[in-house]
Design a protein around this ligand. Structure first.
Ligand code: NAD
Length: 478
């Protein structure tokens, strides 16, 4: 049988997906953040349903582990085929629920990344390691399944982040129970529906509940590990909830990434990279550029070049093929961005473009906004805005720029921009962040481990390193 012929359900449209993931009646309404229109309804299971899903996952886990690594790799590859076969339907639903446009580095890109990450996760080699082999001591390190892995996700990249959590967990012989964000449950349910046309029953399940379901998942005695992506505040709550069961945790938390533009950079050459580094997914990205430090010698030119790029990027309803920027996903996030930009204006900062959202619009659109001549302690700089507003701070010396970049409690990503990559790498080494990019920002790669420094979290995802974080290391010595 070919991989193609084993994909039982191919979905042609978001409506086809909704027909199978919605409850027959009732449920909570999910509205399109661009139009306010109804996207669909979601059932809201509680703690009892979570417990049932965990029990089923527990029962399924030994059989899943017993299939062996080669078969699980094959199934991950077939899952990627299934995602590709329903890609347009998934992208349409994602666009309507999350708000991100189909085009640009948005909904189609996210669905494509799901397939790419599934394939990459299937491809990594992870063999037992012989640590000592000598007279009297033969010590080997094996990577065993943990059991049931719980996954709790955010609303910004709901499909892609779900894959980041579930693919390595399944590869290592664990079963998975997911709790998506209350804002984007349909996207995760639809993705799981497609994946489950390939995976055996109860190996992957989704319980789309609220915070109480998340809390139960983090404290559940039958869950061995929680993969969490979301805010630092919730990450701390999960550490507390998980303490009594000494659960393993991977925490991908909030960031407030700095970018440093060195004086030798060419403003015109870097402007588009800076723009997408900051505004990808309309700024609602964990490792997006959120504070830009520019040397005084080229400050005016960088501001000008970035403004020119920002002003040519169409923002609007996601299903319109012309748009590359969308709305904020929800009202709370819109208010955070609006209030932070207002605080910057009140403090006398200069708005280069944007900053004035239309009133009485049906969607949560906030224009791409650049704010210059702003102090480093302004809330728009010091807090994670998680939206389309970038503060640009002037600096005089590299030491000063590095000190400002390192001043916060978070350290997810950062970037250095220069015509001299070797000089940029020297500055990069001084920045307290899990990843520092040179002349780009936020480019993640399934082969390259990713994780935060400081209060941006701990644990690594991606690559063979990421697989190890979904396994119980076991030494056999003798
Ligand atoms: P959030 O922390 O509000 O919610 C994330 C998830 O946690 C949701 O599913 C929510 O229901 C659940 N939750 C809330 N309270 C809980 C509790 N007490 N116990 C268990 N679960 C609970 O985050 P968000 O607003 O959805 O996402 C935005 C944040 O996520 C930003 O700070 C962003 O930087 C961060 N983020 C980080 C990464 C990364 O890789 N580091 C990636 C994406 C987003």
């Amino acid at each position: 049988m070919t991989a193609e012929s084993t994909i039982q359900d191919t979905f042609a449209s978001a409506a086809d997906l909704l027909a199978v993931i919605q409850p027959a009646a009732g449920g909570r309404q999910i509205k399109d953040p661009a139009t306010g229109e109804l996207v669909g309804r979601v059932a809201e299971p509680g703690v009892a349903e979570l417990d049932a899903a965990v029990a089923a996952a527990r029962a399924a886990q030994p059989g899943w582990a017993a299939r062996g690594d080669a078969e699980r790799r094959e199934l991950l590859n077939r899952a990627a085929d299934a995602v590709e076969a329903s890609a347009e339907a998934l992208a349409e639903l994602l666009s309507r629920e999350q708000g991100k446009p189909l085009n640009g580095p948005n909904a189609r890109f996210e669905v494509g990344a799901c397939a790419a990450w599934l394939r990459a996760t299937a491809s990594f080699e992870l063999e037992p390691e012989t640590l000592v082999d000598e007279e009297g001591t033969h010590a080997q390190l094996f990577y065993r399944p943990l059991g049931v892995v719980g996954a709790i996700g955010p609303w910004n990249w709901p499909m892609m982040i779900s894959i980041w959590q579930l693919a390595p967990a399944l590869r290592m012989g664990n079963t998975v129970v997911m709790k998506p964000s209350e804002y984007t449950p349909l996207s995760v349910l639809a993705l799981a529906e497609v994946l489950n046309s390939v995976f055996p029953v109860d190996v992957l399940s989704v319980v789309p509940g609220g915070r109480e379901v998340g809390e139960r998942l983090a404290s559940h005695p039958e869950i061995a590990k929680v993969m969490f992506t979301g805010s630092t505040a919730t990450g701390k709550a999960i550490i507390r909830s998980s303490a009594d069961t000494v659960k393993r945790l991977t925490l991908e938390l909030g960031g407030n990434d700095a970018g440093i533009v060195l004086p030798d950079a060419d403003p015109a050459a870097i402007a588009e990279g800076l723009f997408w580094g900051a505004f990808i997914n309309t700024g609602q990205t964990c490792a997006a550029l959120k504070r830009l430090y520019v040397h005084e010698d080229i400050y005016a030119e960088v501001c000008e070049a970035l403004t020119a790029v920002a002003q040519q990027m169409p923002m609007g309803v996601g299903l319109n093929e012309n748009n590359v920027l969308g709305p904020l996903q929800n009202k709370a996030q819109f208010d955070i961005v609006a209030n932070l930009v207002q605080a910057a204006k009140d403090a006398g900062a200069r708005v280069l473009t944007g900053g004035n959202p239309e009133e009485n619009q049906p969607g949560y659109f906030y224009p791409a906004t650049l704010v210059a001549d702003i102090d480093n302690d302004n809330p728009l700089v010091a807090q994670e805005q998680f939206g389309p507003a970038l503060p640009i701070i002037k600096y005089s010396t590299i030491d000063e720029a590095v000190e400002m970049a390192n001043a916060l409690e978070v350290g997810l990503g950062a970037s250095v921009w220069s015509a001299d990559p070797a000089a940029a790498r020297e500055v990069a080494a001084r920045i307290e962040a899990g990843t520092v990019w040179i002349n780009k920002h936020g480019a993640v790669d399934p082969r390259v481990p990713f994780g935060g420094a400081k209060q941006s979290g701990y644990g690594l995802e991606f690559g063979a390193e990421g697989l190890k974080h979904l396994a119980q290391p076991q030494i056999i010595n003798g």
